[in-house]
Design a protein around this ligand. Sequence first.
Ligand code: FAD
Length: 319
Amino acid sequence: MAEVLVLVDAVDGKVKKPTLELLTAARQLGEPAAVVVGAPGTAAAVKDQLAEHGAAKVYVAESDEIAGYSVAPKAEALATVAQQASPSAVLVSSTAENKEIAARLALKLESGLLYDAVGVDGDGQATQQIFGAAITVTSKVRKGTPVITVRPNSFAPEPASGAAEQVNVDVTLSDGARAAKIVDTVVEEKGSRPQLSDASVVVSGGRGVGNADNFAVIEKLADSLGAAVGASRAVVDAGWVPHTMQVGQTGVTVSPQLYIAVGISGAIQHRAGMQTSKTIVAINKDPEAPIFELADFGVVGDLFQVAPQLTDEIAKRRG
Ligand SMILES: Cc1cc2nc3c(=O)[nH]c(=O)nc-3n(C[C@H](O)[C@H](O)[C@H](O)COP(=O)(O)OP(=O)(O)OC[C@H]3O[C@@H](n4cnc5c(N)ncnc54)[C@H](O)[C@@H]3O)c2cc1C
C-alpha cells in the first residue's frame, strides 16, 4: 500500500490534534507515515503518540539548524522525505505556516496543491468549501504527488495501532533555505483556553454583548465547555477583544464540532469563517437575525438571561 505522508505539528512534546486527525484521514488514502521535522529530540517525544494513531512509519528529519529558520528548511526536509518515499499524497494541517510549507513543497515536487480541504476520500479527491462555504468543490490533483492542506476539525481523530518504524533522514540545508533566519521569538501569553483555529468547541460573542466588560458572559460560557472564545468583527473594531479572536472572512476560519454564536447577527463575512462548523447554536433576541438561517439550534432571547443560565446548567451537568 502506498504511503501517505503526514507532517507532524507538535508543541512541547505533544502532538497537536490536527495531526492526529490527518493520520486518521490518511488511512483512507493509504498507509499513514508521519514526518517529524525539527530540532534533535523532537521525534523521541512524540513517536508513541504517532504509533497510537496509526503511523506505520515515522520519518525523522532533525537538525539543530531547522529550529533556527522559518519555513524554508521544513519544506526542504519534507521534500527530501517525499522524494525518498514516493507517497500517494502529502497531508498537512491548514495553518498559515503549513500552507507556506505546502506551497514550497508542491513547487519542489512539481505537484498540484489543494488548500483548505474539509474532506478527503479514498480516490484522493478533496472537498473544499469556498465563497464563505456557499459552494462545495470536489478537486483532484492531476499532476505529481498531491499536496493537500486540511482544515482542523475536518476529521475526528481515531486511535489505531501503528508500528511507527523510525526512518532517519539526512538534513542538509541549502543556502536558499538559510536565507531567512529567526533572530528572536516572543511567545504570546496564553490562558488555559484552547486555540481558536483548532478548538472543537468555540463560543463567540457579537455586538449584542454591549461592551468589553460584558464579554465575561461569553468567556464564562466558553470556560464551562472548555471552549475557545471568538468574536465578530464588530466586537474587535470596538476594541473589546484583540483581532486574534475575530472569526470570519478577515479573521480566523474555524470548523469546530460545536459553534455557539451569542449576540451575533450572522453577516456573510462572519459566516465565511464559521459556516462549516458541525453544529451551530445561535442566541439572539431578534428572531429575524440571519444567523438563525444557519443555526441547527436557536434560542430567541436576551443573551444576558440565556447565556448565564446555560453556563450554570452546563456546570451542573458536568458536576
Ligand atoms: C470586507 C469586510 C470584511 C469583514 N470581515 C468580517 C469578519 O471577518 N468577521 C465578522 O464577524 N465580520 C466581518 N465583517 C463585518 C460584518 O459585515 C458585520 O458588520 C459584523 O459581523 C457584525 O457583527 P455582529 O454580528 O457582532 O454585530 P451586529 O450585526 O450589530 O449584530 C448584533 C446582534 O446582536 C443581537 N443582540 C443585541 N442585543 C442582544 C441581547 N441582549 N441578547 C441577544 N442578542 C442581542 C442583535 O439582534 C444583532 O443580531 C466584515 C465586513 C466587511 C465589509
